[in-house]
Design a protein around this ligand. Sequence first.
Ligand code: ADP
Ligand code: MG
Length: 314
Amino acid sequence: MGLEIMHEFDLIREYFTWPSDENSIALGVGDDSAICDIESGYQLVTSIDTLIAGVHFPESTSASDIAYKALAVNLSDIAAMGALPKYFTLALTVPKVDQSWLKDFSQSLKQLSEQFGVSLIGGDTTKGPLSITISIFGWVESGEALRRSGAQIGDGIYVSNTIGDAAFALWQLNNNDVPIKGCLVKLNRPTPQVDLGRALVGVGSACIDVSDGIEQDLSHILKASSVGAKIDAGKIPLTKVLVDYVKKHNDWSLVLNGGDDYELCFTVSKNNQAMLGDISKRCGVKITQIGVICESVGLEIVGAKNIGKSYQHF
Ligand code: ADP
Ligand code: MG
């Protein structure tokens, strides 16, 4: 089929319909709505995120990176709740029918969805400035989701892997520098911490994914839990390039306010902290304590100068 003359329904069949072996899907793509069976003892967990060209990714971003990130950020929200991702829907707005773009987009989306066992069950396709909205649906054992509101005084505060890598890559790009490969991968292809989120069910007291900067995201936990926290900037796990950057520029903003890492920040009571070593091994994720929850109001950060402001959407 030639450009622009591909019919909407052919486009959906060609690029957004693929078989799934998920047997809880009673009806997938093709009808007015999808139907899924939910196992008893589980709650449905759902989240939605929109990516707009020129706002959430540079116009030059490849179709496959866009698809990856659109699904990965949604998987990360499900991970932060400790839920198991099951299904997603896709609202895609494209300026024109560019089959090579659609092919790359669809292949990348399919690959990541298969990696995380999450099935595309429906969507909407429209013409307009490029924008991608994904709604995701997961399951969690009833009453067991990791909420932002569960942190208790005395709990340890932890993060997965390293913080600030994505912000560092973006800083390099903005300074016309060639980004360090490992950091660029975290910016374009962050790994949603689904296994870690699942492992923290029944272990963690509160959890959030770091999308807007650790200072702002941890503050969300504090506010929702009506507690304060003291963290030590020097304990935040950093890759070598970030350690060097902080030393050279005496600037903590990329570490504390840089977004897009999609690592998990979570709290764990003293009683459960001994389990973290095993969880770290099992999930292949580094887990580091960066502070403690305390009674005082707000977030106290020791050992950091020149903290900026975290990402504001408006
Ligand atoms: P309706 O007019 O009832 O909204 P549509 O014509 O928008 O239906 O879509 C037809 C079917 O294709 C629906 O099952 C819908 O969920 C699915 N669909 C549409 N666009 C997409 C997409 N980009 N990805 C996956 N499924 C899609
Ligand atoms: Mg529709």
